[in-house]
Write a new protein. Structure first.
Length: 218
C-alpha cells in the first residue's frame, strides 16, 4: 500500500522550505523516519516543490490519481523483487526525480520499501520496464543508460577497494590468495584487483559470445 501520510509529509516539507529550513542531512532523515518514507522520497518532495519540472518538461510530483493508476497497473506487486506481502509499498520513479525523472506512467512503478531503499545504493531495473516503456523507447534507453552508468560506477568502486573485498573470502581462498601473493611477490590488494579484472573480462567474453548469431545448419 502507498504511504497514507504522504500528503502530510509533503505539507511538512513545504512548511520547512517556506520557513527557510534546508531539508537536507539530518532534517531529511528525520522527516523520513517520522513519516515512514525513504530519504529519496523526501528529496523527491523537495524537488517537486522547488524544481517542479523534469527532463521532459513534466512534473516530478506523483498525484493521488496517478498513484492509484500505477498501483492498479502493477497489481500492488513490487516490480523489483516481486513481493506481494511487503509491509509498505509506494510508487517510485525508475529514473530518480533527483535526475530529472518525470511522474509519467512510463517512469513509475510500484516498489516495496526495502527495494526503494536498496535502489539508492544499487543499480536496479524494474521487471516491467519493457512493458511500461513500449511507447517510449527513448525514455527506456535513458533509463538503461543510467543503469549501466551506475553499475559501472559500482564496479569501479569495488575495484578501488580491494582490501575490503579480501576480508570477505573463506579461509581456503585466503590461503590460496596468500600463496599467490608469495609466489608472484605482489600485495593482497594487487592480487584481488587482478582477479576482479580477469573475472570482468571473462563475464564480458561470455556475454559477447552469447550474442553471436547462431550458425545455420543449411
Amino acid at each position: 500500500m502507498a504511504h497514507k501520510n504522504i500528503n502530510a509529509r509533503q505539507a511538512e516539507v513545504r512548511r520547512m522550505l517556506d520557513e527557510g529550513i534546508p531539508v537536507v542531512g539530518e532534517v531529511r532523515r528525520d522527516i523520513a523516519r517520522r513519516y515512514g518514507a525513504s530519504t529519496g522520497a523526501v528529496y523527491a518532495d523537495v524537488l517537486s516543490i522547488t524544481q517542479p519540472k523534469s527532463l521532459n518538461g513534466g512534473s516530478v510530483h506523483v498525484t493521488p490519481k496517478v498513484r492509484a493508476r500505477i498501483f492498479a497497473r502493477d497489481k500492488n506487486v513490487c516490480q523489483y523483487c516481486d513481493d506481494k506481502n511487503a509491509k509498505n509499498y509506494d510508487v517510485e520513479h525508475v529514473l530518480p526525480a533527483a535526475q530529472g525523472g518525470c511522474a509519467k506512467d512510463y517512469n513509475l512503478v510500484v516498489a516495496c520499501h526495502s527495494c526503494n531503499m536498496l535502489k539508492m545504493k544499487r543499480a536496479m531495473l524494474p521487471r516491467n520496464l519493457h512493458a511500461i516503456t513500449t511507447d517510449n523507447p527513448e525514455w527506456r534507453q535513458r533509463i538503461l543508460d543510467d543503469f549501466q552508468a551506475k553499475r559501472k560506477a559500482g564496479a569501479q568502486k569495488r575495484l578501488d577497494s580491494p582490501e575490503k573485498l579480501s576480508t570477505n573470502i573463506t579461509a581456503k581462498h585466503r590461503q590460496m590468495l596468500e600463496t599467490y601473493c608469495e609466489v608472484k611477490q605482489v600485495s593482497t590488494a594487487e592480487a584481488v584487483r587482478t582477479a576482479i579484472e580477469l573475472l570482468f573480462k571473462t563475464v564480458k567474453g561470455k556475454r559477447t559470445a552469447g550474442q553471436e548469431e547462431p550458425k545455420s545448419n543449411d
